[in-house]
Design a protein around this ligand. Sequence first.
Ligand code: DC
Length: 228
Amino acid sequence: MNIPVITIDGASGTGKGTVTHIVAKKLGWHLLDSGVLYRVLALAAQQNQISLTDEAVLAPLAEALDVRFVETELGQSLSVLLEKQDVTDIIRTEAMGNAASKVAAFSRVRTALLNRQRAFRISPGLVADGRDMGTVIFADAIVKIFLTASPEERALRRYNQLNAKGIHVNLSALVEDLRERDKRDQERLVAPLKPAMDAIMIDTDPLTIEQVVARIMIEVEKKGITAA
Ligand code: DC
């Protein structure tokens, strides 16, 4: 039987990551945070003094990337290792998100990371979050969700998240960064950020995380899938 996949796509700051963790935990399914791969690639490029615009060198680097996801004691919470170095926190910066968005625009880079992402499809099921999970990587997913939120709301959420971690940033610079990243992710030629034809759109602006999860679980249950 085909291993079921739920895809949760959307721009950064829509709550994808948090929602994906909760849904995966509720179902007892595996989890793929595909943005991590692009973030780790951007970091590896930086560490090897490779230009973020050099597709010919970035593609083989992506192919050979020694990246591992390690489950922590918290169960669903994952640490990320690049060649045994714990990079969980370094890859979460805004700068690395931007760098990731740059390397992600290259088709050869995306192809190099394709099978690696599909390998996460392990029984009993997978919840995958990203930009092209429903359109490209898992086009046959049983439930496809696309989350949206206004740039202001997303920037504010990110601002609060970073603040809570003791990282202080400028809110208007954050809005600017988000707009720039959205534009690049939406306008790139390969696998741009867009909803799949059969995706369920959820505007998260007026909703809490719990409400978004509840909305997704309704769609999941409609397909006969029940929480673990
Ligand atoms: O979800 P995130 O913020 O960690 O993603 C960082 C960047 O990686 C994002 O701006 C674009 C790229 N990305 C992508 O192109 N495709 C994905 N499936 C996930 C992320």
